[in-house]
Ligand binder design. Structure first.
Ligand SMILES: Cc1cc2nc3c(=O)[nH]c(=O)nc-3n(C[C@H](O)[C@H](O)[C@H](O)COP(=O)(O)O)c2cc1C
Length: 337
């Protein structure tokens, strides 16, 4: 009889390679941003949070843009928020059927008022509810289930919460090194994150304030299984390349402009099939971040509506050929053959 070795699960298998993780960010970590991070070698990416209640009791369908993967997307974790075990279990089943996730994450960190009472960082005040949620989610899927916490509600309870989550069956825990009361002020406490990593035997991913390759490498030494990058990856997917391959090259302005244009094209493709009417308004806050050293382009970039507007705004840097179009055309040609 052949011995069947237990599969290491998604997280442990991805953690065998070097690299960093793209953070879930409502309003940012949508399919186009995830695609750019993934192409540059992110270990995995996490979707924007999705309401379990909306999936189960609302009118959400498999077309929900928050959940829908881009074509061929892999290594994408879907994040849910909620506070009711039965709803979470049913939401996990919907996510698995509709959105092809690699794993499912529970949001325990969102401090936004509308989420309070419905899950998010509130769960840090009643961690026993979160433990039940993890058990219910685990019971509904064979995929890995993880949780993303902050240090606590208004004081650090992270070790106790993480130990309870691990005992409840969480396969991985991500820690954003701030309390909910801190929101995004002050600095993330990486000593506290290291304390959690030392206290549980599931992998711990650390999150908070990584803006450069050097900071990421320093924080990789704290005992975490990997680091997660959020705001620092907006306009800079090359952080993932550097951390997965060691190639620290900062791309030229031309390469960054071409990627910014490609971001706009991916945005058009992803949302256009869905709604038929597109505006690039949500990218106005993102595009200038590709070119912080070109403030003269900012005024035009924060007014774009169409891909042509982006192309016009970036024209001084793009050069003769626009490879964004070439790459997309080649992709379309490939998918037809
Ligand atoms: C605009 C924005 C939206 C966010 N949305 C989520 C979310 O949906 N789920 C979540 O767990 N964390 C969310 N976060 C927290 C991030 O995942 C991350 O933990 C935090 O920003 C710290 O990391 P950073 O300094 O690398 O951005 C969000 C953060 C920002 C700035």
């Amino acid at each position: 009889m052949t011995a069947v070795s237990a599969s290491p699960g998604f997280y442990r298998s991805r953690l065998q390679a070097p690299g960093a993780v793209l953070a879930p960010m409502a309003g940012y970590s949508d399919a186009p941003l995830r695609q750019l991070a993934s192409e540059q070698g992110a270990l995995w990416t996490v979707s924007e949070m999705i309401s379990a209640r909306g999936l189960v009791l609302g009118g959400d369908t498999e077309h929900l843009t928050l959940g829908r993967p881009f074509e061929g997307e892999t290594n994408r974790v879907v994040q849910l928020f909620g506070a009711d075990p039965e709803l979470l279990a049913r939401a996990v089943q919907k996510v698995e059927a509709w959105f092809a996730p690699a794993a499912i994450d529970l949001n325990m960190g969102c401090p936004v008022p509308k989420i309070r009472g419905k899950g998010g960082a509130c769960l840090l005040q009643t961690p026993e509810v979160a433990f039940e949620l993890i058990q219910a989610m685990k019971g509904a899927t064979h995929l890995d289930v993880s949780a993303k916490i902050r240090l606590g509600w208004d004081q650090d309870r992270s070790v106790e919460v993480a130990q309870g989550l691990a005992a409840a069956g969480a396969n991985l825990i991500t820690v954003h090194g701030r309390t909910s009361a801190q929101r995004y002020t002050g600095e993330a406490d990486w000593d506290a994150i290291a304390g959690v990593a030392a206290a549980v035997d599931v992998p711990v991913v650390g999150s908070g304030d990584i803006r450069s390759v050097g900071q990421a490498r320093e924080r990789q030494q704290t005992g975490v299984a990997a680091v997660m990058i959020g705001r620092g990856a907006v306009g800079n997917p090359w952080l993932f390349r550097a951390l997965s391959t060691g190639d620290d090259r900062w791309p030229t302005a031309q390469e960054r402009a071409r990627t910014a244009l490609r971001h706009a094209e991916l945005q058009t493709r992803f949302y256009n099939d869905q709604t038929g009417r597109l505006t690039l308004r949500p990218l106005r806050k993102v595009l200038p971040q590709y070119l912080p050293d070109h403030p003269e382009l900012r005024d035009a970039l924060v007014q774009v509506v169409t891909v042509e507007d982006v192309e016009r705004a970036l024209a001084p840097l793009l050069g003769d050929q626009v490879p964004g179009h070439v790459a997309l055309d080649a992709e379309y040609a490939g998918s037809r053959s």
